[in-house]
Design a protein around this ligand. Structure first.
Ligand code: P61
Length: 464
């Protein structure tokens, strides 16, 4: 740990600002028009109409001067770009996987993994679903089964490792369908839909030994696994003196491969990869990537993007970076909690999740309380957030009904290295204002519903 940072009670950014992007403040009338035109879906608002954009931490982080300089080192050869080899070296060194196939972003890697490993009728256990991950599993003929611990579905539970796999749930599935029908277990670091909650190393070790007995590979969703490593260091016995870098490596060494959306942990605006140790799976991924993404040494990316990613890995494992990253998220979370706003506990690494069920108990889940609250936060102050509830969960393919998930949340996601503490104060004040008038907030009716990942493009109208 950086000694200066370690002995300070408060956190601060390990960088100074060289260049800024101006943002626009709008009037209430302008926002009313913008949200109406967006069909009350924050994904459909133009970003010029947003003041503080907490829609996502995906591809929205600020790159460092050295990453920008790295862009100029792009080797834009069609094949065998130098930047591919730099990235491959970095993935081998920090993540430890032998083989690398770049992809344009995370879902490109999920497509490769799902198509290669899943057969029609297979079951894929996972520590909670992620929207794109589950869709790719289903498109490959698989059925996702949630095996996360029950505490993950309870916003009030303070379990320190809500991302843990429930070994009993996993074993029940394997006993029922047979290990032959479980091509791999999908393990996500800092589980996004649960509120950015980590798994513990002890849980991963137990999972490894179970999977060894049953010959089931563990495929990691490494998107926010460096942030997961931070929590292991902070909360798990025996890890206080290890570095984030060492813990990351220990996690990866206990798994067989990964999909990665580099747009999060790795501080880039675009990029992803699939990585693994198995030669045969690698060959298949290398072959398939040319169908969907591009040649196996660029996978839909420019050379410069791979360079920025390689440099991003080095910056993402820096202790002082993670201290500031997680410190800022906590700063906002503590403020909201102090104001009595119901949020998911413990506070995760990438976002604060407001419990919309508790915030709007008078709105039925099929009237989309979280979607409605996200629209209200935009109206209040031009703050853009994301629904993570009944709209995101979609319909059950068997019953055709809304899934009505236990978690009905609004996500306030913090891009890395982008906003200041003063922005966080504005966000907290605005949420508090909406909380004070919560009883006047009504639900929404869905008037357009796309077939896949409906939350991105669905349109709504206010209920009268
Ligand atoms: C996000 F509303 N996340 O959190 P790609 N795994 C994990 C992710 O968080 C993830 C991907 C795979 C996004 C972007 C996004 O329902 C949504 O690079 C743990 O986005 O393809 C992405 O990586 C996919 C937002 C994705 C969504 C899907 O904001």
């Amino acid at each position: 740990m950086n000694t200066q940072a370690a002995h300070r009670p408060s956190w601060a950014e390990p960088y100074k600002i060289k260049s800024v992007e101006l943002i626009r403040m709008t009037t209430r009338e302008e926002r009313e028009q913008a949200i109406r035109e967006a069909g009350y879906n924050t994904f459909l608002i133009r970003s010029r109409d947003v003041y503080i954009d907490l829609l996502t931490d995906s591809g929205t982080s600020a790159m460092s001067a050295r990453q920008w300089a790295g862009l100029m080192m792009g080797d834009e050869a069609y094949s065998g770009s130098d930047n591919f080899y730099h990235l491959q070296d970095a993935v081998r060194e920090y993540y430890g996987y032998k083989h690398l196939v770049p992809t344009h972003q995370g879902r490109g890697a999920e497509n490769l993994l799902s198509q290669i490993m899943i057969k029609e009728g297979d079951y894929i256990p996972g520590n909670m679903y992620f929207t794109t991950t589950r869709l790719h599993q289903e498109l490959a003929g698989g059925i996702f089964v949630d095996v996360i611990i029950d505490e993950a579905h309870d916003p009030a539970s303070r379990h320190p490792f809500k991302g843990n796999v429930d070994m009993q749930k996993l074993d029940q599935l394997v006993q029922k369908v047979g290990a032959d029908h479980v091509p791999y277990i999908s393990l996500e670091g800092n589980v996004n839909m649960a509120g950015g909650q980590p798994f513990s190393m002890a849980n991963l070790r137990e999972l490894r030994s179970y999977c060894d007995q049953h010959d089931i590979p563990i495929m990691l969703d490494a998107t926010r696994t460096i942030e997961n490593a931070w929590f292991i260091r902070e909360r798990e016995e025996g890890y206080a003196d290890k570095t984030v870098r060492e813990i990351l490596r220990e996690i990866c060494d206990l798994t067989d491969g990964c999909t990665m959306s580099a747009k999060k942990d790795l501080l880039v605006n675009i990029g992803g990869f699939f990585a693994c140790n198995d030669e045969e799976i690698y060959r298949k991924a290398q072959n398939m990537v040319v169908v969907y993404e591009g040649l196996h040494t660029y996978g839909g990316l420019a050379g410069r993007d791979m360079e920025a990613m390689a440099l991003g890995i080095e910056e993402a494992v820096m202790e002082e970076h993670q201290a500031a990253r997680i410190g800022q998220v906590r700063y906002l979370g503590d403020k909201l909690r102090d104001a009595g706003v119901p949020i998911v506990n413990p506070i995760g690494s990438h976002a604060i999740f407001i419990d919309a069920r508790k915030f709007l108990p008078h709105v039925d889940q099929d009237d989309f309380p979280a979607q409605s609250l996200a629209a209200e936060l935009y109206l209040e102050a031009g703050i853009r957030t994301m629904e993570r509830g009944n709209v995101s969960a979609g319909r059950d393919p068997e019953t055709g009904k809304n899934r009505r998930p236990a978690l009905e949340l609004v996500r306030l996601t913090l891009p890395r290295r982008v906003y200041t503490q003063a922005h966080m104060d504005v966000v907290a004040e605005s949420v508090e204002q909406v909380y004070l008038r919560r009883e006047q907030i009504r639900g929404l009716k869905m008037i357009y519903e796309p077939e896949y990942l409906r939350f991105f493009q669905a349109r709504f109208e206010p209920l009268t």
